[in-house]
Design a protein around this ligand. Structure first.
Ligand code: GTP
Ligand code: MG
Length: 451
C-alpha cells in the first residue's frame, strides 16, 4: 500500500448497489473545503446539515445530509466530511465523481483505517478487529471481533508489556549496582514475577488460538474405503442430505464441501470418493480429487466399517498419512454390532465408534473436533486473533522462559535483560509499535474500500 497521508481521500462507505442511503466519506486537509464547495454550507462540527450536493457547474445531483468531524476527533484523526445521500448507484457515483473532481483522490482499500492507525486512533488488533467484525460468519466470531475492536486484546498485551518493563527495571537496577552481593534467594521474587508473566502469556496464547479458530475455522476431510458411510457422516454433521448415499460402493465421485458451525466453531467438511483399486476413469479422477482435498485438511477423519479390523485400519492410515498425521478413525455402523458407541486411544490415534445412520455417538466426534481446535464454545473471554498474534505471543513466551532460566540458574542478568528486551519487542509487534510497511500493507489491503 502506498503510504501517502498528505492527500485527501474519498470513497463510498456504503456497499455498492441501491439502498436507503449511501455515504461518501472524505478525509484529509481538503475535506472541509470540498464539502463546502459541494453544498455551499459552512458546517458546524458534528451537526447534520440538510443540503444539496452540486457538481462543478452548480447543478444539484442529490439532496442529503452533510456531517463534519474536525481533526482530531474523527475516525481517521483527520478532518472528515460525510455526504449522506440517496442510495442509488448512479447518483452516488455522480456525487463521488464530483468530490474527486474537486481534488480528492479515490481511497484504496482500508486506507481510512490505515490513517486511523497512523494517527493513533486505533492500534493493530483494533484495526484487525474491525476487519474481522465485518467478515465474521457467526455470532461468536462477531462478539470476539468486537472484543478486539473494543481494545480488550490490546489491553491484555499492554498489561503484560508493563509487567515485563517492571522486571527489566529491576534487573537493570541489579546490574547497575554490581558491588552489592547477590544472595541466591534474592532470585525467588523474580521467579514469582517470571512465573506470573508466563502464566498470563499461556492464558493469552490459548485465547488467541481460539480466536484464530473462530475467524478461520478448520477444514475436516472425510476419507476412507468405499461404502464405509463417509457421505452419511457428512449428511449427519450438516443436518441435511447434502451428499448422495447409496448401498453401491463408489457412489461419491466429486469432493463435496459443506460449511457448517459446530456451536459457533466454523467447520468446512469435505466428503470424498472412497479409496480403492479401480479401473473406472471417473472413479480414478474422484480418488485424485480426494488426495488433493487431503492436502488442505487440518484434520483427516478416516471412516471405516466397525466390522473391519481396527489394528489393520490404523496401520493403513499411518502408511497413507504418515506417523504424525492429524487423523481420527471412525468405526462407523456401530448400530450393526453389539458394541456401544465410545472412543479408544490407539498409540496416539483416536478411534470413535458411532453410527452415521442413527446418529448414536456422533456427539463424541463433534466434541473431539472442538477439543482439537482448542474451542471451548464459551467464547466469553475470546477475542478475534490472527496467526501473527499467536506467533508473536509464542516468541514472547520463549524469550521470557529463557530470561527466567538465565536469572534463576546462572544469575546471568545481562543476558536475561537482553532476552526480556526481545520479549518486549516481539510483543509490541502485536499492537503495531514495531511494524514494517509490508505488514501494514497486508493488514489494511484486506479491508473494503471506504473503511
Ligand atoms: N447400518 C448402517 N448403515 C450405514 C451407516 N452409515 C452408512 N450406512 C449405509 O452404508 C451405505 C454406504 O453409505 P455412504 O454414506 O454412501 O458410504 P460412502 O463411504 O460415502 O460410500 P462411497 O461414496 O461409495 O465411497 C449406505 O447404504 C448407507 O445407508 C451406519 O451408521 N449404519
Ligand atoms: Mg460417498
Amino acid at each position: 500500500m502506498r503510504y501517502r497521508t498528505q492527500d485527501t481521500i474519498a470513497a463510498m462507505a456504503t456497499p455498492p448497489g441501491s439502498g436507503a442511503v449511501s455515504i461518501i466519506r472524505i478525509s484529509g486537509r481538503m475535506a472541509l473545503a470540498i464539502g463546502s464547495a459541494m453544498t455551499g454550507v459552512e458546517p458546524v462540527p458534528r451537526h447534520a446539515h440538510l443540503c444539496e450536493f452540486r457538481d462543478a457547474d452548480g447543478e444539484a445531483l442529490d439532496r442529503g445530509l452533510l456531517l463534519y468531524f474536525p481533526a482530531p476527533n474523527s475516525y481517521t484523526g483527520e478532518d472528515v466530511v460525510e455526504l449522506q445521500g440517496h442510495g442509488g448507484t448512479v447518483v452516488s457515483d455522480l456525487v463521488l465523481a464530483s468530490v474527486l473532481a474537486r481534488g480528492a483522490r479515490a481511497a484504496e482499500p482500508g486506507e481510512f483505517s490505515l490513517r486511523a492507525f497512523v494517527n493513533d486512533k486505533l492500534d493493530l488488533p483494533q484495526a484487525e478487529g474491525i476487519a474481522d467484525l465485518i467478515a465474521s460468519g457467526s455470532e461468536q466470531a462477531a462478539k470476539a471481533a468486537y472484543r478486539s475492536l473494543d481494545g480488550r486484546f490490546s489491553a491484555r498485551v499492554n498489561e503484560l508489556q508493563a509487567k515485563l518493563t517492571s522486571l527489566r527495571v529491576q534487573l537493570e537496577a541489579w546490574l547497575d549496582f554490581p558491588d552489592e552481593e547477590l544472595e541466591l534467594n534474592d532470585t525467588s521474587k523474580f521467579e514469582t514475577e517470571f512465573d506470573a508473566a508466563i502464566g498470563d502469556l499461556e492464558v493469552l496464547v490459548g485465547q488467541a488460538r481460539e480466536g484464530t479458530v473462530l475467524s478461520n475455522g478448520i477444514v475436516v476431510v472425510i476419507a476412507g474405503p468405499p461404502n464405509a458411510g463417509k457421505s452419511s457422516l457428512l449428511n449427519r454433521l450438516s443436518g441435511y442430505d447434502a451428499a448422495i448415499v447409496t448401498a453401491i460402493p463408489g457412489t461419491t465421485r466429486d469432493a463435496l464441501r459443506e460449511s457448517l458451525s459446530l456451536d459457533g466453531l466454523p467447520l468446512t467438511v469435505v466428503d470424498t470418493a472412497g479409496l480403492r483399486r479401480s479401473s473406472d476413469p471417473v472413479e480414478i479422477e474422484g480418488m485424485r480429487r480426494a488426495q488433493l482435498a487431503l492436502e488442505g485438511a487440518d484434520r483427516l477423519v478416516w471412516v471405516t466399517d466397525i466390522r473391519a479390523n481396527l489394528t489393520a485400519t490404523i496401520t493403513e492410515v499411518r502408511d497413507l498419512a504418515g506417523d504424525d498425521a492429524e487423523v481420527t478413525v471412525i468405526q462407523n455402523k456401530v448400530d450393526l454390532v453389539t458394541e456401544e458407541p465410545g472412543r479408544t486411544e490407539n498409540d496416539g490415534i483416536t478411534a470413535i465408534r458411532l453410527s452415521a445412520l442413527t446418529g448414536e455417538g456422533v456427539e463424541l466426534l463433534t466434541e473431539h473436533l472442538k477439543a482439537l481446535a482448542g474451542y471451548r464454545g464459551d467464547s466469553a473471554g475470546t477475542f478475534s486473533a490472527r496467526t501473527r498474534h499467536v506467533d508473536a505471543l509464542k516468541r514472547t513466551e520463549h524469550y521470557i522462559r529463557d530470561a527466567r532460566l538465565q536469572v534463576i540458574r546462572t544469575l546471568a542478568l545481562e543476558l536475561a535483560a537482553e532476552e526480556l528486551r526481545q520479549a518486549q519487542s516481539a510483543l509490541s509487534e502485536i499492537t503495531g509499535e514495531i511494524t514494517t510497511d509490508d505488514l501494514l500493507g497486508d493488514i489494511f489491503s484486506s479491508f473494503c474500500i471506504g473503511k
